[in-house]
Structures are given as C-alpha cells and as structure tokens.
Design a protein around this ligand. Structure first.
Ligand SMILES: [Zn+2]
Length: 128
C-alpha cells in the first residue's frame, strides 16, 4: 500500500471540499450585490448568517455538515493551510488539529501540497 498516493489524495479531497464551500460564500456576496443594485437592501443577508458548510475532512464520502457563521468561516480560511472539519474527522497521518470548538475542529496539513485544478488563480486586478 502506497501511503504517499493516498495521503496526497486525501489532502486534495480537502482542498476540493474547501473550494466548494468558498463558492457558497461567493455566491452569497453576488446575491447581496444584486439586492443593492435592485435597491432592496432589506433582502441583504445578515453578515453573520449561520451556514451549513460541508465538512472539509479527507473522506470523500463524508457528507457531514457543519453549522458555522460565514464570517467565522472566512476568518479561519485566511489561513490557507486550514480546513474545517467535524470533530474527530481528522486524519492524524496528514494533519493536526489547531483549534477545537463545540461542533468543529480546524486542522492544518503536516505537509502542504499544491492545490489541484485550475480555478484558484487569484488576480491582483480588482475589477469590482
Ligand atoms: Zn468529515
């Protein structure tokens, strides 16, 4: 059994799940922008909306949800090595828990690896 391949796979799974979650947050921002344009500010969501993010653990079959405020979620992910998972979903071979709350843990990778895929190229041009 080749641990290296499976560990890499597990790390990639987490990065993919995190990307899915981040799209949820971005979609909400777009929605807010629409409400502002339509002059319907009352439709703008509460900044601290509780969302049910997907568990970002390495198990591709895990479909656990974690209730976490969008603002907290984003704060945690300012650390690009951090992933938010359900309690006890960490895989100690590839990651360590850096923070534990009542309903979730934050883990950091032991080894960083490049993010898979393409869409995470951030641009320095602010075109909003
Ligand atoms: Zn999980």
């Amino acid at each position: 059994m080749d641990m290296h391949i499976s560990e890499r796979r597990q790390i990639e799974n987490e990065m993919i799940f995190r990307r899915v979650n981040e799209k949820i947050g971005d979609g909400l921002d777009d929605l807010d922008a629409m409400h502002i344009e339509d002059n319907k500010p009352h439709l703008i969501r509460d900044k601290d909306l509780l969302l049910h993010f997907k568990c970002e653990c390495s198990d591709e079959n895990c479909d656990a949800r974690i209730a976490i405020k969008l603002s907290v979620y984003r704060e945690i992910h300012e650390n690009r090595d951090a992933f938010i998972i359900k309690l006890n979903h960490q895989v100690t071979a590839i990651e360590k828990v850096i923070l534990s709350e009542d309903s979730y843990s934050v883990v950091e990778k032991n080894n960083s690896t490049d993010e898979p895929g393409d869409t995470l190229n951030t641009t320095s041009i602010n075109n909003k």
